[in-house]
Design a protein around this ligand. Structure first.
Ligand SMILES: [Zn+2]
Length: 292
C-alpha cells in the first residue's frame, strides 16, 4: 500500500490534506491582505413591518364584538403543539461533486462521508425518538460552484432546518502518512462553545471506544476572519458559518485515510457503519435523546 502513496507523491500531485482543503476554503491561505469582516446573518434583518390593523384600547372593549369571535383562536389550536418539540441535527457529509476530498487506498473521502452520514441518520432514527435528522447533501454533489459559498451553504442548510447541532463528517490525512487517530474540532466562540465542545467530546469518546487513538477535541482561531466588532472567528469555514448563525458545529475527523493502522477502521462498509454508530451514540448522548 505504500506504493500507492509513493505513486501519488511522485506523480507530483500536491497533497491536499482534508484539513488544509478546509483551511483553504476558509481562506486562511496567506492571500488575504487584511482582516475580513463577516456579516452577522442576524444583523440587518430589520424590523418586521406591522401587519394588520393597530389594536387600540377601544377596539379591545368593543361592545359590538361579534359573539362568534368568542369561539376564538384557542379552538383552532393544534393539540400537537403541546408535544415536546423534536430536536434537530444536520449532518454534513464533507466534500462532494467537483470539490473532491482525500484519496487513498482507492477510497474517496466524499463517498466515505456520505456513507457514514446515511448510517448515522439511520441509527438515530431507528433507535431514538424526538429527533429529526437532515443531510446537507444526499448525493455526490457540490452545493455551489464557488467553494466559499459551497461551504457557507452547508451551514445555511442547518439554519433552514433550525438545527440544534451541525455535525460535519470527514476523514483526515497527513503529509508523512504516519499520523493516526481521531480528532473532533469545535468552536471557541462564546455563543456556541459550550455546546459545540460538549458535543465534540461526546462523539470523540465513542470513537475512541472503538480503539482509535485519541487526538482530542481542538479549536482553531482564524487569523483573517473577524466579526463586526473585530473579534476573531473560527478557522474552519463550516464551524464559522454555523457559529455565525448561533448553531454549535463540529467537524469529526474520524481517522487518517492515508494510514495503515487507521485503515483497519474504515475499509469496509461494516466498519463505516461502526464509525457512524459511534457518531450517532455520541450525538444522542449529548442531546439526551430518549431510546425507543
Ligand atoms: Zn475532509
Amino acid at each position: 500500500m505504500k506504493k500507492t502513496i509513493d505513486k501519488v507523491v511522485t506523480a507530483g500531485l500536491v497533497l491536499i490534506l482534508c484539513i488544509s482543503v478546509l483551511s483553504i476554503y476558509g481562506c486562511d491561505s496567506g492571500k488575504n491582505t487584511g482582516p475580513k469582516t463577516m456579516p452577522t446573518p442576524k444583523e440587518g434583518v430589520g424590523t418586521l413591518p406591522t401587519v394588520g390593523p393597530t389594536i387600540t384600547p377601544s377596539d379591545t372593549n368593543n361592545d359590538n364584538e361579534n359573539p362568534d369571535d368568542t369561539l376564538g383562536d384557542d379552538q383552532g389550536a393544534d393539540p400537537e403543539e403541546d408535544k415536546p418539540q423534536n430536536k434537530v441535527v444536520v449532518l454534513d457529509p464533507g466534500h462532494g461533486g467537483k470539490f473532491t476530498g482525500a484519496r487513498y487506498f482507492d477510497f474517496k473521502e466524499e463517498i466515505l462521508t456520505l456513507s457514514v452520514a446515511n448510517y448515522v441518520r439511520d441509527y438515530l432514527l431507528t433507535n431514538y425518538e424526538g429527533i429529526e435528522v437532515y443531510l446537507t447533501r444526499e448525493e455526490n454533489i457540490a452545493l455551489d460552484d464557488d467553494i466559499k459559498l459551497e461551504l457557507e451553504k452547508r451551514a445555511i442548510v442547518a439554519e433552514e432546518h433550525n438545527a440544534d447541532f451541525f455535525v460535519s463528517l470527514h476523514f483526515n490525512a497527513s503529509e508523512n502518512h504516519q499520523l493516526n487517530g481521531t480528532t473532533v474540532y469545535a468552536s471557541f466562540r462564546e455563543n456556541v462553545s459550550e455546546k459545540s465542545q460538549g458535543m465534540a467530546y461526546s462523539i470523540l469518546d465513542q470513537l475512541v471506544a472503538l480503539g482509535l487513538k485519541n487526538n482530542g477535541v481542538k479549536t482553531r482561531v482564524s487569523k483573517d476572519y473577524v466579526d463586526a466588532e473585530g473579534n476573531k472567528l473560527d478557522y474552519y469555514a463550516v464551524i464559522r458559518h454555523a457559529q455565525l448563525r448561533d448553531i454549535p458545529g463540529v467537524i469529526v475527523e474520524h481517522c487518517f485515510m492515508d494510514n495503515e493502522t487507521d485503515k483497519e477502521f474504515f475499509d469496509t462498509e461494516e466498519k463505516l457503519r461502526m464509525l457512524a454508530e459511534a457518531d450517532a451514540k455520541g450525538i444522542a448522548n449529548y442531546m439526551e435523546l430518549k431510546k425507543k
